[in-house]
Design a protein around this ligand. Sequence first.
Ligand SMILES: *Cc1c(COP(=O)(O)O)cnc(C)c1O
Length: 385
Amino acid sequence: MNDNSNRDDKLDIETKVVHGGKYYDPYTGAISFPIYQSATFRHLSQDSGYDYSRQQNPTREELENTIANLENGKFGFSFSTGMAAISTVLTLFSPNQHIIVSDDLYGGTYRIFEEIYSRYGIEFSYIDTSKTYEVEKSFKKNTAAVFIETPSNPTMKVSDISAIAEIAQSQQALMIVDNTFLTPYYQRPLELGADIVVHSGTKYLGGHNDTLAGFIVVNNETLSHRLKLIQKSEGAVLAPFDSWLLLRGIKTLGVRLKKQEENALKVAKWLKGHSKINKVYYIGLPEHEAFEISRKQATGFGAMISFTVENTEIAQQVLRKVRMIIFAESLGGVESLITHPMTQTHSDIPKLIRERLGVNDRLLRLSVGIENVDDIINDLKQALE
Ligand SMILES: *Cc1c(COP(=O)(O)O)cnc(C)c1O
């Protein structure tokens, strides 16, 4: 397919999210990019670039170009889930290589590292990557990568992307950033020196709690060839319809995130003033330890809030009593969701690590949606009574 020759590459991210990779289907002019629901393609006299959808599919390709465009990267890859994307990145490494990982991490990422990839001889160290000197100290002769999640899940620690990228580069290690929480709308790790960005597209990028998806974006051509080989060999690719759902979701990423962030700041301030709340973790509060570094490397704070309540009973009561806010896993969608990380998203993380991080039975995590903010606050208020 020909690239759109009129394309303006200097557009703001607010505009880029609306128009995607090619703006429209070059064959038909369709504004809503078509769902090419085909497993295979006729061999034409001239190579069209499409043979079989595990290798490439036009709808998926449009999405892959879109995410690359948003992250300001050259090559995008989409997968059936965020975990499939992370798993693909891990297959870049070999036995006896060592990876430094953020200790405050999505539970599924911890699980795939420890339960699966450690069996193939890859070694992981979990450290507080929000302290750059800890990262520096943790390098070993065989360190091949640093994998960070920032802001982290669920205690909202922020790691200095450019400082860590510089250290990684000096040690010939790859710098990998899970950018799920802020998305390229607010944070673009490749611009800050990272080598690989991964995403759970299930969250803010999709934005509607209706489909699973994952992404990888890189700038380096050699890396991209390897990733393409793994993607087409393993086949955990995103289906055409799901690719379309993501393309559609991304169009409103900007307006959704802005509204969610605006709501989140109000909710976080309200939570802080509540007598039954002990601690509020929201990076957009000026007193949060990561406020300054967040302002340096991102253009927004996102809409994820964690908080601890006075005791276990109150935590359980909130989960039981919320009416509009839904007690459910996941995050980033238009609906406000509340979870109990200790028993849900982070149940696979050992108790010792969990307790050090503050992931206890009193911690709740709120993904703030786009609803009317007073309705969100009033729901929390009655649930806490
Ligand atoms: C959800 C999530 C993942 C995993 O993505 P799936 O799409 O659920 O497979 C990875 N990282 C973070 C930060 C997440 O929130």
